[in-house]
Design a protein around this ligand. Structure first.
Ligand SMILES: [Zn+2]
Length: 421
């Protein structure tokens, strides 16, 4: 069944200036007047762990206020990602601290950034020339098997949740460990509790994010979700065979169900050559991490959280970056397979050790508009890709939530699977 996109609502919330750009031909002018939305940046960890402030220079990162202004980035979803092995048993605490780090930045810089919780808030921030800050939880392990925590996160402003990160969590399976026989997986992609999580997200108006999930979990979720789903940071498997990417059938299905796929900028998800080279480096990276860990231990020094990431980055830097055009190929492919109404931008800024040539920070976002318009995309197409498609889905999710709250359907599982110790 094809759910008709709520285009009327989408047009109604767009400011007049954005609607008028359809007449424009100059890519930079088109980019400048559009509401540009990015649905995934891991800058939150920098803010919390390194005390990074968005007024500072980039210092090797991808996102700060200056780059956002240069790239006309209107809204960013700050990722709330809890590293599973590092925070076992403290997932909720870490989740809450990451959420707080986003609020702290907004409180410190009210002239440059404001918290946003709805499509209307994004449009209002655009009018005020402020960066709209939104939050998405990356990995269902953050809810610690509690629908109560899920609701609390919604109350705090979290507007999407990626059902899994690279780890399966007992109620939803991940593409990251689906082939690992040591990890327990669900029978059908979602357990009964997992179905309740999806339903509760639909009821709350929290977007269901299928990036990272296994193929089976993807289809199960798509079928049971009452609202269209998003993939907050996923690229095309036909162009780069990462299990994290979406194959053409998945892209078509997301399109048919009215959702949107936001393209990830990581070189390993864009270029098959890069992915293979990175994979070949992995044993050397693992060895270097083990050696450095042993050395620090012997010296009685603490082992930093980001050790593996830092070592990984130095190895990745040795592999040639793919050309900028490869990012455009993925957007183009998804636009052709899923449809022009079902593609957007989900950079994964500050969560990726490599990106294509020329994509060095949010300041480079206008290059995407230039490159796509050079391939024949119109100003109207660009408004959709840059943010319009996502706004439409966000509005639809909120509309469905109002309908479901009127229904008051019972849950599948009576009790939540929480055991007192
Ligand atoms: Zn991710």
């Amino acid at each position: 069944m094809k759910i008709a996109p709520s285009l009327i609502l989408f047009t109604a919330i767009l400011p007049l200036s954005a609607q008028m750009t359809t007449k424009q031909k100059d890519p930079l002018a088109v980019h400048k007047s559009a509401i540009v939305i990015d649905t995934h940046a891991d800058t939150t960890q920098r803010m919390l762990d390194d005390g990074y402030d968005l007024t500072e220079p980039l210092k090797g990162g991808y996102l700060n206020f200056e780059s956002a202004r240069e790239g006309n980035l209107g809204a960013e979803f700050f990722s709330i990602w809890v590293d599973p092995p590092a925070y076992v048993g403290h997932e909720a605490r870490r989740t809450l601290e990451l959420i707080d780090a986003v609020y702290q930045q907004a409180a410190k810089h009210p002239q440059q950034m404001r918290m946003a919780f709805s499509p209307e808030d994004i449009v209002a921030a655009h009018r005020e020339h402020k960066l709209a800050a939104l939050m998405g939880i990356e990995g269902g392990h953050s809810i610690e098997n509690s629908l109560g925590l899920l609701r609390d996160y919604y109350r705090l402003g979290v507007r999407y949740m990626t059902l899994t990160w690279s780890n399966s969590n007992g109620w939803a399976d991940s593409s990251g460990d689906i082939d690992d026989p040591k990890v327990a997986h669900t029978k059908d992609g979602l357990s009964d509790f997992g179905k309740d999580v999806v339903y509760e997200m639909n009821r709350l108006g929290m977007m269901v994010d299928v990036s990272h999930v296994s193929d089976k979990t993807f289809y199960r979720t798509l079928i049971i979700s009452r609202a269209p789903v998003i993939a907050s940071h996923s690229s095309a498997r036909a162009l780069c065979n990462s299990p994290r990417n979406m194959d053409d059938n998945m892209l078509r299905a997301i399109g048919q169900y009215g959702g949107v796929v936001m393209v990830n900028y990581y070189s390993s998800f864009l270029s098959e050559d890069y992915r293979k080279a990175a994979k070949a480096q992995q044993p050397a990276i693992d060895q270097a991490v083990a050696e450095e860990t042993a050395k620090l231990k012997a010296e009685g020094k603490p082992i930093p959280n980001e050790l593996a990431e830092q070592i990984g980055k130095t190895y990745m830097a040795k592999i040639p970056r793919p050309p900028f055009s490869i990012l455009i190929d993925h957007i183009d492919h998804i636009a052709k397979i899923a449809g022009i109404d079902h593609v957007g931008l989900g950079s994964d800024f500050d969560g990726i050790p490599s990106s294509p040539e020329g994509m060095d920070s949010a300041a480079d976002l206008p290059k995407i508009t230039q490159a796509l318009m050079a391939r024949g995309y119109s100003a109207a197409d660009m408004e959709k890709i840059l943010g319009g498609n996502f706004l439409r889905v966000f509005a639809k999710v909120q509309e469905v939530s109002k309908q479901l709250q009127a229904e008051n359907r019972p849950r599948i599982t009576e009790k939540q699977p929480f055991e007192k110790k």
